[in-house]
Design a protein around this ligand. Structure first.
Ligand code: 5GP
Ligand code: ZN
Length: 112
């Protein structure tokens, strides 16, 4: 399987890592849309939210807590930030390995 995020998780292509643990990694987006733009990615290949099961409830909760931690460490906890996961074609998903964007450091526009 040809998956760019699996390759970053495995270290076969470089990622600008900001966090790693047994279950997830986080690295800077290569094309940042905000001063802080980090991708939080499960080590296990899961294509999208569609493929999640009840057993993944802890993983998703963990990703949210990693986002909280990184928001503090990257200095946007007080100013505010957005966490978003794009799923499928209409969701704008470009990389088919589940990931959560953490965006901050500028005012986000309303969703529309
Ligand atoms: P999506 O549109 O799937 O939610 O977001 C994919 C994100 O991955 C995009 O913001 C894109 O800039 C980022 N991205 C794509 N390829 C790479 C890569 O090789 N390295 C890094 N760090 N980010 C990538
Ligand atoms: Zn993958």
């Amino acid at each position: 399987m040809d998956c760019i995020f699996c390759a970053i998780v495995e270290g076969s292509i470089p990622g600008d890592m900001v966090y790693e643990d047994d279950d997830v990694v986080a690295f800077k987006d290569i094309n940042p849309k905000a001063p802080v733009h980090v991708l939080i990615v499960p080590r296990r290949h899961v294509r999208s939210v569609n493929e999640l099961t009840e057993e993944d409830a802890g993983l998703i909760g963990h990703i949210c807590l990693v986002a909280r931690r990184l928001a503090h460490e990257l200095g946007v906890a007080q100013s505010g930030y957005r966490i978003v996961s794009n799923n499928g074609p209409d969701g704008g998903q470009e990389v088919d390995h589940l990931h959560v964007h953490l965006l901050g450091g500028r005012q986000m526009r309303a969703l529309g």
